[in-house]
Design a protein around this ligand. Structure first.
Ligand SMILES: NC(=O)c1ccc[n+]([C@@H]2O[C@H](COP(=O)([O-])OP(=O)(O)OC[C@H]3O[C@@H](n4cnc5c(N)ncnc54)[C@H](OP(=O)(O)O)[C@@H]3O)[C@@H](O)[C@H]2O)c1
Length: 213
């Protein structure tokens, strides 16, 4: 494979995807679209973009595979509409241009419980994003659905951290699917899916991302 597109590279999971991808000699170039610049690397192309106006004509959309780890929180977004704009519309805009550029494989960081028919707004958005990407017809699509994601964040998220502490304390008694998943394991699953490009739609559930105990 020559070129991989990545969206969300400044985030917890995206940072790990980028770190792993840049270590692979088989990848000639990683194109990471961000809204703030990343540290330079000889194999990294880092278009700093406005996700409201993605540059559809750019040459670098021509890639073999794409990974999306984009997402916000209701708190950061400020409203349900603004959250939806990022977690559904931006994801779809990226996927659409990746598909138009020829990507055959797409791997999406979604969520445990993602369901377009859910009564929960967050899970409904995640399910809608999955469905919309599925409709684009990538020959290989992988939906990774983690539970709470573990790792060091640039900014503290007190509620999430409290939830994480509870889940970690209860981990031995919890079903695997509800345990915290380290960001690196999600990144690894996304990258492997994008590079192997298994035909069809594959769902990777949270329990499949856990280390064997
Ligand atoms: N947190 C969890 O425990 C959890 C659990 C299940 C699923 N998920 C989902 O898994 C995915 C990855 O999670 P994560 O924890 O790695 O996310 P994260 O650390 O919050 O990173 C999100 C990425 O999206 C970008 N982004 C957010 N809002 C944006 C906007 N308005 N315009 C452009 N870029 C924007 C961020 O860019 P900036 O750095 O510029 O903000 C960052 O690169 C997300 O879709 C998340 O919803 C998360």
């Amino acid at each position: 494979m020559c070129r991989l597109l990545l969206c969300g590279a400044t985030g917890l999971v995206g940072r790990e995807v980028l770190r792993m991808a840049l270590q692979l000699d088989s990848l000639h170039e990683v194109v990471a679209l961000t809204r703030r610049p990343l540290p330079a690397h000889p194999r990294l192309l880092n278009p700093v973009v406005d996700f409201e106006r993605l540059p559809a004509e750019a040459e670098w959309w021509r890639a073999e595979a794409a990974i999306c780890t984009l997402g916000t929180t209701l708190r950061d977004a400020g409203s349900q509409a603004a959250f939806r704009r990022v977690d559904v519309d931006y994801v779809l805009a990226f996927a659409r241009l990746a598909r138009a550029g020829g990507a055959r494989a797409f791997a999406l960081a979604s969520s445990l419980g993602a369901d377009a028919a859910s009564r929960n707004f967050y899970l409904r958005c995640k399910g809608e994003a999955e469905q919309a990407v599925q409709a684009l017809g990538f020959p290989s699509l992988t939906l990774v659905r983690p539970s709470l994601i573990g790792g060091e964040r640039e900014r503290r998220r007190p509620l999430e951290q409290a939830g994480m502490r509870v889940l970690q304390a209860l981990a031995p008694c919890l079903p695997r699917r509800y345990r915290v998943v380290p960001a690196a394991r999600i990144a690894h699953a996304l990258l492997r899916a994008a590079l192997t490009a298994t035909t069809g739609c594959t769902v990777i559930a949270s329990e499949q991302l856990q280390l064997p105990t």
